[in-house]
Ligand binder design. Structure first.
Ligand code: FAD
Ligand code: SIN
Length: 527
């Protein structure tokens, strides 16, 4: 692997181009017109979790029927009492202004005939408050943001650029860093995937917006890019990371063996009145929660998991047959088309569904200003633990979190950016070392093994024994991966595997340390 000898200097380095990264880059470019903003993203510009978001964004839009207090209360309740209440209040109160900004940037949300916004409902919400664009809200937001970003002359956008590691004193002063020590971020080493060279980006400010890590599980709604790179990079750089044991499983992914990632049947479909039924056609949610199908996601996913374990059936059903077809098709054209492509006519057929990993509630610790524990390293979006979600994220609060924290980061930087010096003595990537080139198939085997371990032992229901097994096996994989990493040519696959193992291990460790069942964390030994 060759290293580019010239260092690329920039003012802002943004890693990731989902809602969090793009909105931060855009706002930064506007706030600091003379500064250079670089975005690096590992795949195509628009490939990210954001692009697949269906249901929409939660916000209190119509104060005649809704209130901040209710959105706050719903978020706290879904988070099972371990959200940071001050953060929840801040995000909810900021939401309308951030949504208006998205609208001003060209994102379109569905309207009713009278011109007012059509507000959807999802699990855990006591009011209709989800702004949406049909059932492809994320794709619409991503489109609008990309259009804006492409127009900014002070943004340089590099696709197929994979961030390998953050640069801190560890590389600059060549010393081992301890957690809790004062650490500064000076940029990142980035693999130009097409040219196969490692570039060194030295930056005054680095924004980590790399999204989640659904790929540690066999069944997930997340695209293949969601490999936990940001959490692992930050952890290696000794940033504080927490609450990663709170994994959210979405109750209703389409059951379609062989399809990967799993196609989502939006919670908004239950918001429109769809009903969960077992193989015998019986409703079962009443046994688990008075809100039935509209209980929060952790409750519905666990209920389905329990039903499946008791019955031995591979999936349950979502019954939409009573919903007016025209309305269904208008709000959910993408889901309808998918069902039709599989021969499912929602007017008469039930949709087979089962839970799938969907979201990680914890991650890199940030404060309200999106600052991590490392100086000049900010983070926002799914990669973070911000205090908003607690033990279980409320539906449609994730896109919102991305734009609110991106905004707060820019506000904070408007006060301190002028004081940040350009980093010096940043070394270029060290490309020395012996490379034997191990068989690539070993990487594939290990990646599959991580997914199997996590799905079998660190899933919806955990136990002490399962966690111990996961820990032992992940330790073995870690050792094997270290040998591979030291002796093979650097590649995206190899780096992703390293990050998958790290985040899987962190989820397992944090699960072992959690002594109470909360939200998305459930151990059979703690009942
Ligand atoms: P992402 O959008 O995932 O972006 C991460 C970016 O980082 C990508 O561009 C990726 O390529 C890049 N990246 C990652 N690692 C590297 C690296 N090493 N180097 C360079 N680049 C890197 N939330 C809601 O609020 N409402 C919804 O309706 C909703 N529906 C959803 C439906 C689906 C199917 C899924 C999967 C998620 C849904 N979510 C929803 C969750 C929400 O989409 C995500 O949490 C949110 O989009 C995360 O945004 P982000 O910008 O933090 O990360
Ligand atoms: C969905 O549409 O069900 C996903 C919403 C979310 O993840 O918030």
């Amino acid at each position: 692997m060759n290293a580019e000898k010239k260092i690329q200097h920039t003012d802002f380095l943004v890693i990731g181009s989902g809602i969090a990264g793009l909105s931060f880059a855009l706002k930064t470019a506007i706030q600091f017109p003379k500064a250079r903003v670089v975005i690096v993203t590992k795949n195509e510009k628009n490939e990210c979790n954001t692009k697949y978001a269906q249901g929409g964004i939660a916000t209190v839009w119509d104060k005649t029927v809704d209130s901040f207090e209710q959105h706050i209360e719903d978020t706290l309740r879904a988070g099972d009492d371990i959200c940071d209440e001050e953060v929840v209040k801040m995000v909810v109160k900021n939401a309308p202004a951030r949504l208006q900004e998205l609208i001003n940037w060209g994102a379109q949300f569905d309207k009713l005939k009278d011109g007012s916004y059509s507000l959807g409902r999802e699990g855990g919400h006591s009011q209709d408050r989800i702004l949406h664009h049909k059932d492809i809200t994320g794709a619409e937001i991503e489109r609008a943001l990309l259009e804006q970003v492409e127009q900014k002359e002070n943004i340089d956008f590099y696709d197929f650029h994979y961030s390998i590691d953050l640069i801190t004193e560890h590389q600059v002063k060549k010393k081992q860093i301890k957690r809790l020590e004062k650490i500064t971020c000076f940029g990142a080493y980035v693999l130009d995937v097409k040219k196969n060279i490692v570039k060194t980006f030295s930056s005054k400010v680095t924004m980590l917006a790399t999204g989640g890590n659904g790929q540690v599980y066999n069944t997930t709604t997340n695209p293949v890019i969601a490999t936990g790179d940001g959490i692992a990079m930050a952890y290696r750089a000794k940033a504080e990371v927490s609450e990663v044991e709170f994994i959210q499983f979405h109750p209703t992914a389409l059951f379609n063996p062989g399809e990967y990632p799993a196609f989502l049947i939006s919670e908004a479909v239950r918001g429109e009145g769809a009903i969960l039924r077992d193989f015998n056609g019986n409703r079962f949610m009443k046994k688990y929660d008075e809100r039935e199908e509209l209980a929060s996601r952790d409750i519905v996913a666990r209920a389905i998991d329990n039903e499946l374990k008791m019955s031995g059936d591979p999936h349950v059903y979502l019954d939409c047959t009573h919903i007016a077809y025209d309305e269904f098709n208008k709000h959910f054209p993408n889901i309808n088309e998918k069902c039709l492509s599989l021969g499912i006519d929602v007017r008469k057929d039930y949709i087979p569904v089962s839970p799938a990993q969907h979201y990680i509630c914890g991650g890199v610790d940030v404060n309200k200003k999106a600052k991590t524990s490392i100086k000049n390293l900010y983070a926002c979006g799914e990669v973070t633990r911000s205090g908003l979600h607690g033990a279980n994220r409320l539906a449609s609060n994730s896109l919102l979190e991305g734009i609110v924290f991106a905004h707060n980061a820019v506000e904070n930087l408007s006060k301190r950016f002028h004081k940040i010096n350009r980093p010096t003595n940043v070394p270029v990537w060290n490309d020395s070392g012996i490379v034997k080139n191990m068989e690539k198939i070993l990487i594939t085997h290990d990646r599959n093994e991580v997914k199997t371990i996590m799905s079998n032992y660190v899933g919806i229901v955990r136990s002490n024994e399962r966690l111990l097994r996961a820990e032992r096996r992940l330790k073995g994989l870690y050792e094997d991966n270290k040998r591979l990493y030291d002796h093979s040519e650097l590649s995206v696959d190899l780096c992703e595997l390293r990050n998958l193992i790290t985040t899987a291990y962190l989820i397992t460790q944090f699960s072992k340390n959690r002594k109470e069942n909360k939200g998305g964390f459930y151990s059979a030994d703690l009942v």
